[in-house]
Design a protein around this ligand. Structure first.
Ligand SMILES: Nc1nc2c(ncn2[C@@H]2O[C@H](COP(=O)(O)OP(=O)(O)O)[C@@H](O)[C@H]2O)c(=O)[nH]1
Ligand SMILES: [Mg+2]
Length: 208
């Protein structure tokens, strides 16, 4: 074989190898390799308060940016979504409760297991403002601690003409509890994200 022929032969062999696509197979295998995502930190939030004050509307506004005027008052459910908290992907789970209609055993269970609590009352509803103070006593009793991430929320700020609990009264209560107070509207979305965000940061500080 001449030198030129030998060179041609080597090139032909290289081409033959390339034609098999062997190199590509290796690449594809590497690309297809399954690398599971690390689990996202999870945050278990509980929405507490009397019926009719807007817990479900508040929750659905946060989760789906929808305002639901007539949500089944007897429905208790857990909602879950991925959320960006200060640049970190986290998984939020929110339990939307029934308030007084939950049995004491059910309430004890979510008070025991929740990591952050939205203590809500209706700004147009004095009874719900009293109830939320009772719910907090119950929560503290179950946990045997006062160091629990929670916020106080007065909902329905979009109807100031119906207001029955003053901002000052609510702020005084928040001061006594050592927590932040938010006036929100599930209807207009006012302060809904701010309230959630604040609570999630409190949970993060305590949990991680
Ligand atoms: N004006 C006004 N109405 C609200 C607001 N949030 C809830 N509602 C209404 O209050 C009623 C009870 O709301 P819902 O979310 O079912 O209360 P829940 O029983 O605490 O879950 C519904 O008719 C809602 O449309 C709000 O921010 N503003
Ligand atoms: Mg509800």
């Amino acid at each position: 074989m001449t030198e030129a022929n030998q060179e041609d032969n080597e090139i032909a062999q290289d081409d033959a190898i390339d034609d098999t696509g062997a190199g590509n197979i290796v690449d594809e295998e590497e690309e297809d390799e399954y690398v599971p995502e690390p689990p996202r930190p999870s945050y278990h939030i509980v929405l507490v308060g009397d019926q009719g004050i807007g817990k479900s509307a508040f929750n659905l506004r946060f989760f789906y940016d929808e305002y639901v005027d007539c949500y089944d008052p007897n429905k208790t459910d857990t909602y879950s979504k991925c959320y960006d908290l200060d640049g970190e992907a986290i998984q939020i789970q929110v339990l939307d409760t029934l308030g007084a209609d939950d049995s004491p055993a059910t309430r004890s269970a979510y008070f025991r297991n929740g990591e952050g609590f939205i203590m809500m009352f209706g700004l147009n509803n004095v009874a719900s403002f009293k109830s939320i103070q009772e719910y907090r006593k119950e929560l503290l009793k179950v946990r045997e601690s006062v160091d629990i991430p929670l916020i106080l929320v007065g909902n329905k700020s979009d109807v100031p003409s119906e207001r029955k609990v003053s901002c000052d009264e609510a702020q005084q209560l928040a001061l006594k509890w050592g927590c932040r107070y938010f006036e929100t509207s599930a209807k207009t979305r006012d302060n809904v994200d701010e309230a959630f965000y604040d609570l999630l940061r409190l949970v993060k500080i305590q949990k991680y």
